[in-house]
Design a protein around this ligand. Structure first.
Ligand code: EPU
Length: 333
């Protein structure tokens, strides 16, 4: 177990925000996690994963928890599926690479999403027409008050767009320790999102590996590398608006991209932000990615407050221009 007082969080957040935590505890097994529970009783705590969806706006006065539970094991193998149980601290993209190398499908559209397995199940990560809920079989988690273990079937996780029970009524109550994914032995390509088909136009045979490489190329062409400019991927969620609001805006902006979803119409926040003139603009040491306006970047040494100020200004501008309230996807701490 790692237990560090006054720990720098710089290596633990991809935004590259230089803050400290009063205490940082990393456990490498469920047994070790049970020993951690009395240490956080009555304390403020935050469980992090790869730190790729976080914005620290201040030093963290409390305990940061991090899992180091690793491992990928096959737990069931049927003619149709292979089920793998993965430790929460495995890097998500390593799991995608493993699945593709073994010739299975289902995860390839989620290639190169930063972060760790535990957070993938909390956040319901998604990209290019697939969400991780589509491939999750079950989630194992430990109650951070009682130490009791609970196994959640995928239905019990109440997944929605970047939503789960772990972000709602069970927020901060459980630590995810293992996730079991259902890998498909047959390949059903999901190619309808954006420009995937265009990217694959010259390819004779589409395989999970070919799709993975295409997704990697698309992502790298517009999403900044956090090692160069700190960022947390999409900073905002794409808002869903009622059909009346949509109709009103669409009549003025007929080239606006949109997706019909349950309960309304989803409008890309990146498009709204670009229309407000923010794409590629900077404010202090924080900026808007010039290639994908949904991503805010740390231009070097930005404080969390600077990024938050940029976020608030953008939200207000979008509201003034379109009457739509966009909200951060990133957890602001
Ligand atoms: N768009 C613009 N200007 C921009 C950005 C986007 O006009 O600056 C337009 C694009 O032209 C396109 C539409 O908005 O018509 C959608 O853009 P894109 O395909 O890049 O996807 P997104 O909706 O902006 C979402 C996810 C991403 C995920 C992509 C691909 C959210 C919050 N973000 O972005 O997820 O990679 O779709 O599936 O849902 C992340 O969560 O960190 C993330 C990167």
């Amino acid at each position: 177990m790692k237990d560090i007082h006054n720990c720098s969080l710089l290596p633990y957040n991809t935004f590259g925000i230089d803050v400290c935590a009063d205490r940082f505890i990393e456990y490498s097994s469920e047994k070790e996690l049970l020993k951690v529970i009395p240490l956080i009783a009555g304390q403020r705590y935050l469980h992090i994963g790869g730190g790729s969806n976080l914005l620290f706006t201040n030093h963290f006065h409390g305990v940061i928890l991090h899992s180091a539970i690793k491992g990928i094991e096959t737990v069931d193998d049927t003619p149709v599926y292979r089920y793998i149980r993965v430790g929460a601290a495995e890097v998500w993209d390593d799991v995608v690479a493993f699945s593709v190398e073994q010739g299975y499908s289902g995860l390839e559209n989620l290639s190169l999403i930063p972060g760790e397995v535990g957070a993938s199940a909390v956040q319901n990560i998604g990209a290019y027409g697939v969400e991780v809920k589509d491939v999750i079989d079950k989630v194992e988690a430990i109650d951070l008050q009682t130490g009791d273990k609970r196994v959640f079937d995928v239905e019990e996780c109440c997944y929605g767009y970047r939503q789960s029970i772990f972000k709602q009524e069970l927020r901060d109550k459980y630590a995810v320790t293992y996730v079991t994914y259902r890998l498909d032995k047959a390949f059903t390509p999901h190619l309808d999102y954006g420009n995937i088909r265009r990217e694959l136009a010259d390819v004779a045979e589409v395989t999970p590996a070919v799709v993975r490489n295409a997704i990697i190329r698309i992502r790298q062409s517009k999403l900044p590398d956090p090692k160069v400019h700190g960022n947390a991927g999409s900073f905002f969620k794409n808002p869903v608006v009622g059909r009346d609001v949509f109709g009103h805006i669409f009549s003025e902006y007929p080239s606006m991209p949109y997706y019909e979803v349950d309960g309304g119409v989803k409008i890309p926040a990146g498009w709204l932000i670009e229309q407000c003139g923010w794409k590629g603009k900077t404010m202090g040491r924080a900026g808007v990615n010039p290639l994908q306006a949904l991503v805010l970047v740390n231009l070097g040494g930005a404080s969390g407050q600077e990024v938050l100020q940029l976020c608030d200004t953008i939200c207000e501008d979008v509201y003034q221009k379109f009457g739509i309230r966009i909200s951060p996807e990133v957890n602001i701490i």
